[in-house]
Design a protein around this ligand. Structure first.
Ligand code: IFM
Length: 470
């Protein structure tokens, strides 16, 4: 099929999702809000990092970003136009607590109050992420996440949000991508706060999990019906060959990156072999930490973009025959399906939401003012197809959030990578719904998309196979 965009109602074959499957889009405060020093907001580690020469491509900063702080109504109207049912946004901790703790900034709270009210008015469910990387700088000045006290301040912050927004926000994500925070921010120094220490990064990872546990309790204390989860970035690994060395490299990479979080959260321990390997860099763990970390969750958020192919010499940069996005990430939808099935077998998981999935491509605005991003549409389509197959295999998948609603500030890459289903002109702040956005909108409206006969048959076969096994 040349163009995969066959109109749904007239298509002979289709891939359909359950009526209660949740369709959403995701963003994060620092990447879209701008207004970095307005209405009493304090400085965050990302303000400090991006204002430091040499940290971000083209010296870009999130000072203005998508100016979402001032364009709330317009952006919600766009979500409504797309028919999005849920919106995953993050709350900027330094907007609420300019010093990270102590006095609450009411103007900051007011912004999120308005956001939540307007979302509900538009019949869009709010999914609030408490921490998507913008720690208040005053807390970094006392050691940041390497200081255990910060997990208690995080708990206080969660309690304030629960008190003020919990009557309307039911779904909460505590921490976004602890692996990235610990490893890219504290081991490699390529993201805020720019620290380069393996030992610190492991302690940070543990404190993030402790903070997640404390915040989970705080969110549920005032609002017993709160639904709480965490969003893990997960890159499945595959060995570059059948050699025992490559197979072991893939196993170890997966253990260091994914199991290091999945095991404590769902089994209450750290993977013993890697713990031993870390030796004196392994984190200090206090009694009762593991039970705090492994409390029951209402959902697991998974952010999936790509896989890693591992050889004994390290990750393989390019796989012949594979396609790559602008991030140089291999497009690997089948690995997504396989991973969902494997982790569902291995762990006793709550319902899963794909809290992020999407792709950066070099978009062009045509003379007609459209963005014909068939590459992004195909990326989403191919991942949704694999998600649907995984569901037939028994994976308890409850929803999908595309990353991202808007083109935005892509961290160390600044504005050079566009992930949005809505194009943003960063000079004029004009927005254009891309082809992928229109397609996603039709998927939501139709509970699915047109498919090729073979795809349809594959799902039917998986389903029949599973019924036989039961
Ligand atoms: O933009 C990021 C997001 O903040 C976290 N997950 C991955 C995205 C793409 O790199």
């Amino acid at each position: 099929m040349a163009d995969k965009d066959v109109s749904f109602p007239t298509a002979e074959y289709c891939v359909t999702f359950p009526r209660n499957f949740l369709w959403g889009a995701a963003t994060a405060a620092y990447q879209i809000e701008g207004a970095w020093n307005e209405d009493g907001k304090g400085e965050s580690i990302w303000d400090r990092f991006s204002h430091t020469e040499g940290t971000i491509l083209n010296s870009d900063t999130g000072d203005v970003a998508c100016d979402h702080y001032h364009r709330l109504d317009k952006d919600i109207a766009l979500m409504k136009e797309l028919g999005i049912r849920a919106y995953r946004f993050s709350i900027s901790w330094p907007r609420i607590f300019p010093d990270g703790k102590g006095l609450v900034n009411l103007a900051g709270l007011d912004f999120y109050n308005r956001l939540v009210d307007k979302l509900l008015e538009a019949q869009i469910q709010p999914f609030a992420t408490l921490y998507h990387w913008d720690l208040p700088q005053p807390l970094q000045d006392i050691g940041g996440w390497s200081n255990r006290e910060v997990s208690s301040y995080f708990c206080d912050y969660a309690a304030v949000l629960s008190k003020h927004l919990g009557d309307r926000v039911r779904n909460w994500v505590t921490i976004n991508e602890p692996w990235v925070i610990a490893n890219i921010g504290h081991r490699d120094g390529l993201m805020a706060p720019g620290i380069k220490s393996q030992k610190t990064s492991l302690q940070v990872a543990h404190h993030l999990l402790v903070a997640h546990g404390k915040a989970t309790q705080a969110l549920r204390a005032d609002n017993p019906s709160a639904r709480v989860g965490i969003a893990l970035d997960m890159r499945p690994t595959a060995p570059a060959s059948d050699s025992p060395e490559d197979v072991e490299a893939a196993r170890k990479t997966w253990t260091r990156e994914a199991r290091w979080y999945l095991d404590p959260l769902f089994k209450a321990y750290y993977p013993p072999d890697i713990w031993t390997e870390y030796g004196e860099n392994a984190p200090i763990v206090k009694p009762r930490d593991m039970s705090l970390i492994s409390q029951n969750l209402d959902f697991l958020g998974i952010n999936y973009y790509t896989r890693t192919v591992c050889s004994k010499d390290g990750p393989v940069e390019r796989i012949p025959g594979s396609e790559y996005t602008e991030m140089n990430w291999e497009i690997a939808p089948e690995a997504f399906c396989k991973m969902l099935i494997e982790i569902s077998h291995e762990y006793n998981l709550p319902p899963i939401y794909i809290t992020e999935n999407g792709a950066a491509f070099n978009d062009v605005v045509t003379t007609e003012g459209t963005v014909e991003d068939t590459n992004r549409r195909d990326y989403m389509r191919d991942h949704l197809l694999q998600a649907r197959i995984a569901m037939e295999e028994g994976v308890n998948l409850a929803g999908y959030f595309v990353w991202s609603l808007l083109d935005n500030f892509e961290w160390a890459f600044g504005y050079s990578k566009r992930f949005g289903i809505i194009h943003v002109d960063f000079k004029t702040q004009d927005r254009i719904i891309k082809k992928s956005g229109h397609w996603f909108s039709s998927v939501i409206k139709n509970y699915g998309f047109a498919s090729e006969k073979a795809e349809h048959e594959r799902i039917t076969a998986v389903s029949a196979n599973r019924a036989d096994r039961r």
